[in-house]
Design a protein around this ligand. Sequence first.
Ligand code: HEC
Length: 152
Amino acid sequence: MKKSLLATGVVLVLGAGFAASAVAQVKPEVLVKQRQAAMTLQGKYLGPIGGMLKGNIPYNADTVAINATFLENLARMPWDGFAESTRGEKSATKPEAFTDAAKFRAAADMLEAETAKLGAAARAKNEAGVRASFGGVAKSCGSCHDAYRVKQ
Ligand code: HEC
C-alpha cells in the first residue's frame, strides 16, 4: 500500500510537466537565461556527433556515447524554464510556445524520445543505430525552432 502510494506520487511529480513548481521561486529573467543555457549545451553536444557522421571529424564511439548521453539528459532540462512567468521577458521564444502549450510540450516530448533512442544506440556503440537516430534528433530541434523560436 505504502509502496503504491509512493509510486503514484512519482507519477504525479513527473506528469506535472511545465507546472512542476521547482521553478516557482526563480526570477523569470533567470529562467530565460537557464533555458537558453540548456539549449546552448544541447548544441554543444549535438554538433560533434553531426560532424562525425558527416565525416568532418573521425568517428569516435566513446565520444559519441558521452555526448549523446549528455544530450539525452539536457533534452529534459529546458522545459520548466518556459514557465508562464516568463511570458513578458525578452527572448527568442515566440508567444505560440505559451498559447499552444500542448503542442510545444509535444515537440519537447519528441526531442526527449529521439535523444533517448540516440543515447541507447550510442552507449551500445552501435554506429548504424546512431546514424539511424541522429536525423530524428536534428529534426526535433529544427521543427520546434521553426514553430516556436524567432528566426535568427
Ligand atoms: C520544444 C522546442 C524546442 C526544441 C525541441 C529545441 N529547441 Fe532550441 N530553442 C527553442 C526555443 C523556444 C528557443 C529560444 C529560447 C529563448 O530565447 O527563450 C531555443 C533556443 C535555442 C538556442 C539558442 C540559445 C540561446 O543562447 O539563446 C540553441 C543553441 C538551441 N535552441 C539549440 C537546440 C538544439 C541543438 C536542439 C535539439 C537537440 C533544440 N534546440 C531543441 C525551442 C526548442
